[in-house]
Design a protein around this ligand. Structure first.
Ligand SMILES: CC(=O)N[C@H]1[C@@H](OP(=O)(O)OP(=O)(O)OC[C@H]2O[C@@H](n3ccc(=O)[nH]c3=O)[C@H](O)[C@@H]2O)O[C@H](CO)[C@@H](O)[C@@H]1O
Ligand SMILES: C=C(OP(=O)(O)O)C(=O)O
Length: 417
């Protein structure tokens, strides 16, 4: 169990390249199962979640080689349709393998996925949608036994909520299905578009990704392809929060500003100056942040739930009151009691958190409750008086590539212990 030690009070300065998006890389790795021939995936972040997905592919018989941030994947040797519980539990995105393995082999035996404990996170939308496409899925002893010996078929699927994972699972399964699949109320996140771009480059026929209705025409086969993963908009928002709480100016290279459309105005409302040019974002923070307008998490293009914890940490030292409404997950304020240990004044009730900004946070010994909650504690530690020891660094490593090195490069005093 590793820890991060942050000594607060240092200003940040300089520029960094934003890593590739975890939430794009994971479904793309799963989708590669559909392909024949070699895939080259560039800008794949070095994360424990990516390692977990790679291990599943290897278990299934696929060949995966990593050269830095490049993954070479060939699924020609796939010879299994089951994924053991200990591998499934490592990530949430492992459930997206269901559509991929079922479409490729006609069978799948998987247990339930893991991921951060931020709510009950059912998978009913995944299972019901695949059933509508002809899959026979039985739940037995914690395992999903799934059959589609004659292949899946296209149909019209209406999602009751625009679930990111379910949209991805259906899109992947539908690529090799017979006929046309139409997803109504599909998720519109940039990671959905990245997955569609990858699959289309492999020979799939997906249109409408990024809109509420996605249409997938089934094709006979997919070949391997070359693809570059998009930059991680949540990591960008986290680094912006780091600059915001330390009154710093930093530059983020390699961003896609349209992916940050809901995030940038929030930082502006807190008094930060933001300049964007040629995929670079410069943020200059005031000495003291202003409180922000009510932040309501919503499916894209709304404010992302994954950026709620980093933003909440920033609001703890703002001048005034900021209200958060978490609409996506039921249990996503687990970082709040840890921030309170550091002197924050935050009250939560159900989906609402009310943050009364304080003049100063104090270093303390705290525990990362989950990935983004852990990032929130790093942000708080950067502006706190004294030392903050953050346990549970392995949660943070699920989604942030060497956060201590990235922040040290910018001048922060942070190390892994
Ligand atoms: C690996 C990955 O990409 N993770 C992201 C993905 O998670 P994930 O794909 O799990 O998130 P979903 O969009 O599916 O979940 C959104 C909401 O739908 C509910 N739901 C989902 C599926 C289902 O079958 N039934 C159901 O009720 C969930 O409990 C939640 O309340 O999108 C979330 C929302 O942007 C992000 O926070 C996660 O970082
Ligand atoms: C909740 C997250 O990830 P996962 O869905 O993989 O648990 C996240 O990236 O913030």
């Amino acid at each position: 169990m590793s820890k991060l030690l942050v000594t607060g009070g240092k200003k940040l300065d300089g520029e960094v390249e934003v890593q590739g998006a975890k939430n794009s890389a994971l479904p793309i790795i799963a989708a590669s199962i559909l392909t024949k021939g070699e895939n080259v995936i560039y800008n794949c972040p070095s994360l424990s979640d990516v390692d977990a997905s790679v291990n599943i592919l290897r278990y299934l018989g696929c060949a995966v080689t990593r050269y830095g941030k490049t993954l070479l994947i060939s699924c020609d040797g796939i010879n299994r349709f089951d994924v053991p519980d200990e591998l499934m539990r490592k990530t949430r995105s492992s459930i997206v393998l269901l559509g991929a393995v079922l479409a490729r082999t006609g069978r799948a035996r998987l247990s339930f996925p893991g991921g951060c404990e931020i709510g009950s996170r059912p998978i009913d939308l995944h299972l019901n949608s695949l059933r509508e496409m002809g899959a026979d899925i039985r739940e037995k002893h914690g395992y999903l036994e799934c059959f589609a010996p004659k292949g899946l078929y296209g149909t019209k699927i209406t999602l009751s909520f625009p679930s990111v994972g379910a949209t991805e699972d259906i899109m992947i399964a539908a690529c090799l299905a017979k006929g046309t699949t139409t997803i109504i109320n599909a998720a519109r996140e940039p990671e959905i578009c990245d997955l569609a771009d990858y699959l289309n480059s492999c020979g799939a026929d997906i249109s409408g990704a990024g809109e509420g209705i996605v249409v997938i025409e089934g094709v006979g086969s997919l070949s391997g392809s070359v693809h570059t993963v998009i930059p991680d908009r949540i990591v960008a928002a986290t680094l912006m929060s780091c600059a915001a709480v330390t009154g710093s100016k930093i530059v983020l290279n390699g961003i896609i500003s349209s992916h940050l459309a809901a995030i940038i105005p929030t930082f502006k409302s807190a008094g930060c100056r933001i300049r964007i040019s040629d995929g670079n974002l410069e943020i200059t923070a005031p000495e003291r942040l202003k409180s922000m307008k009510t932040i309501r998490t919503m499916p894209f293009p709304g404010f992302p739930t994954d950026a709620q914890a980093p933003m909440l940490a920033a609001s703890c030292v703002a001048d005034g009151t900021t209200v958060f409404v978490e609409n996506i997950f039921e249990n996503r304020y687990r970082h709040v009691p840890e921030l309170v240990r550091m002197g924050a004044n935050v009250k939560t009730e159900g989906k609402v958190a009310v943050v009364e900004g304080v003049n100063m946070l104090y270093g303390a010994s705290v525990e990362a409750p989950d990935l983004r909650g852990g990032a929130a504690l790093v942000i708080a530690g950067l502006c706190a008086d004294g030392k903050t020891e953050i346990g549970g660094a392995e949660y943070i490593e699920r989604g942030y590539e060497c956060i201590e090195l990235v922040l040290s490069t910018l001048g922060a005093d942070i190390k892994k212990i």
